[in-house]
Design a binder for this molecule. Sequence first.
Ligand SMILES: [Zn+2]
Length: 421
Amino acid sequence: MKARTKFQHQVVAANGRLLPITEKQTEWAFRHTVKHYAFRTPSGQTTCLDCGHRWNETKAKHCTCPNCNAKLTLKDTLCRKVDEKSYFSVITTQDGFQVQRIFRINVYYRKGENAWTSVYEIARYWLDENGKTALTALQRTMGRYLDSFLYGSGLELRNDNYVYQHIADCYVCPNYTVLPKLRRNGLKGTFADIAPQKLMKALLSDSRVETILKNGRKQDLKHLIDNPRDLDFCWPSYKIVLRRKYRITDMGIWVDYLRMLGRCGKDLHNAHYVCPADLKAEHDKFQNKVRILQEQEKRKEQMKRARENEVRFRELKGKFFGLEFTDGTIVVRVLDSVEAYYNEGNALHHCVGQCEYYLKPNTLVFSARIEDKRVETVELSLETFKVLQSRGVCNQSTEYHDRIIKLVSKNVSLIRKRMVA
Ligand SMILES: [Zn+2]
């Protein structure tokens, strides 16, 4: 990507002036961002993979190398090598920009040798005083792993994407340097697991973030930076939290709780609701309330749908209502309400109700009964005037099956007449 704007040209110029990472920073990354091992054989002989020193160790999981003093994780194995990798950040400034430099450290451990490390710089996020951001980075390569980069491609201006953002959320080397504005806005101490670039951008461009940070609430801030929409939503309530010096035990649960309060029509500016003594209990209480509310809505929705169906059904089949014919024993009658379909289906254990036969535009459904006892349900095509199906209990045919079909076929003219009318 070519630099086009003035901002991009300045970034590219500053990008060329950054100095390589120091040995001290590499050493810190090796010590703090990758695992360190001691391999122990069944005989008890233990090897430090940092320095190659051998001794007999009796501890269970962790030990310290008597030679180099490294804190090691013990592994009972006959393996002779292991590789580790990690990402870490160096936060610094250059030519008036705030920079987050992202490095990848690879460590190759070989039994009996000194550990060997290599460090590559992968990406740099550049921020100006207003939080405007640019990225210079190595090119990504296509392949099985998302985080694979073309090491010869150079740290050039590139479009940001989730892979760079993902690796930017990593360990931060202590003793970082920031712009005076960031210092003024309250950035000091650890980043508390907040992705540095996101925190710095927010802190340069959003006064709410400054307020939260200056109140010493990094844990709350972590949630709000990971979920930016939550910040907009809960800010008015969160101001009450700050004023009341209320401590939120779990930010995720608190935001969910706030949403449920809103759902139940409660006042989100009322400290009584916003600062509950027992967050978890209140959360669960309102969760229950919302569930009841949702069930009520669902029932209402079902009733509304049933009413709509009834209207539609009457439009479709109203002209056939009251249609009835008999051969002296069997009486065949048009089903004349949605409820009648469900009753018919429930009585004969078939799905004429559930499958919404009452909404089928081109068929008509009858109930065939003897002395008002249901025998079969008949579906007739309004296009061919043939019986499509006639079914008794559990979709079985009865001894009256053929008689019923005959009776309906004989009276088709009555049905046709209603259609014309
Ligand atoms: Zn050692």
